[in-house]
Design a protein around this ligand. Structure first.
Ligand SMILES: C[S@@+](CC[C@H](N)C(=O)[O-])C[C@H]1O[C@@H](n2cnc3c(N)ncnc32)[C@H](O)[C@@H]1O
Length: 339
């Protein structure tokens, strides 16, 4: 068991920094770090301090649920992990014979089991091994299993020790503002970092364009932008005279829409799928012309996603440069040229 108190705190996604500051204000000697999956913070503090009781009495803005955690264990994606988690929980020795309990699992990542599988199977295993009684309605103890890909955060807490606070701030920006402004920064950064020259007569194909931050910036630099996305563009972008919105998937683009001087792709797709689309559409790009694609890290295995995407892209593109743009740990950006 850890020599410190540990907690998993859920916070609104995108507000991890603010939430960490809030936690530091509540408990100056706490150490708080963001988990890989947005909206989750792991807090460690000395045994003498108890975040649960502090948060119960203090006014907070960003804190949602607080789960006391006893241990972090490594698991695999296979179903055997459930038995392994069971053994680790038994070792905690916090669930006694005859106690009413419930297993609450939340799983993030890819596994060969669901959260429900964990709740059901772990529940029956613990009934058998500890002689405790599964009771969904009136449990005395909660068995906490919070899975983040290959890590399981486990804990056993009194039902009253699981705090759920009301989050007061969910959005940083007014409706429509946030994605546009942030995406605009992103494309400007990419243009600068890769030294991308966009000429006044350029025809640009923008894949995954909605709500239109990239399209807006590109339309201010190039001759024409064809923005492809099944979702709506912001009306301020849709109405630009040199923007055409193709309201369809990139896979459905007609082959005769023209020849382009630049293709950009910010589709939130699995990187391998996104790369295949880039290869299929390479015929629309002039020889030697540049292309940009963001590789979304849909799992923690960043290197694998980058390697897979580049391997596919090699069929039609060359001169690859891969850069992590500042402010985004969930993706990386690839610059390339049509071979
Ligand atoms: C991160 S957003 C793009 C933001 C955009 N670059 C901007 O500046 O506003 C990802 C977009 O990809 C789009 N998308 C996902 N799959 C797609 C596909 N197969 N074809 C076209 N667009 C797709 C989604 O609809 C979503 O609007």
């Amino acid at each position: 068991m850890s020599s410190k108190n540990m907690y998993l705190v859920t916070v609104p996604a995108g507000f991890e920094a603010e939430a960490k500051e809030e936690i530091k204000r509540l408990m100056p000697n706490a150490y708080a770090r963001s988990m890989f999956f947005k909206g989750n913070i792991l807090v460690e503090c000395p045994r003498s301090v108890d975040l649960t009781s502090i948060a119960k009495t203090k006014e907070t803005t960003y804190i949602g649920k607080i789960f006391p955690i006893d241990k972090i264990v490594k698991i695999s994606k296979s179903r055997e992990s459930i038995a392994y988690i069971h053994d680790e929980i038994v070792q905690l020795d916090k669930l006694q014979k005859g106690e009413r309990f419930v297993v609450r699992c939340r799983r993030r990542g890819k596994h060969e089991f669901t959260s429900r599988d964990v709740e059901r199977e772990l529940g029956s295993m613990l009934e058998e091994s500890c002689g405790a009684l599964a009771d969904l309605r009136d449990p005395q103890k909660i068995v906490i299993v919070q899975i983040f890909q290959n890590q399981a955060l486990i804990g056993i807490a009194e039902a009253s020790d699981i705090v759920e606070k009301k989050i007061k701030v969910f959005k940083k920006y007014k409706h429509g503002e946030r994605p546009l402004t942030r995406a605009e920064h992103k494309i400007r950064e990419a243009i600068k970092i890769f030294g991308l020259e966009i000429k006044r007569d350029f025809m640009v194909l923008d894949l995954g364009a909605a709500p239109g931050g990239w399209t807006k910036v590109l339309a201010s630099l190039a001759g024409k932008v064809v923005a492809v996305d099944p979702a709506d563009l912001d009306s301020s972008v849709e109405s630009l005279p040199n923007v055409t919105h193709l309201k369809c998937k990139a896979e459905e683009i007609p082959k005769d829409i023209g020849r382009f001087d630049l293709i950009v792709n910010d589709m939130n797709l699995d990187p391998a799928k996104s790369a295949k689309i880039m290869v299929n559409l390479a015929g629309l790009l002039k020889k030697g012309a540049p292309a940009l694609m963001t590789i979304k890290f849909v799992t923690r295995n960043r290197k694998k996603h980058i390697a897979e995407a580049l391997e596919i892209l090699k069929a039609e593109y060359k001169d690859f440069k891969v850069k992590r743009l500042p402010h985004n740990r969930y993706e990386t950006t690839v610059f390339m040229r049509k071979a």
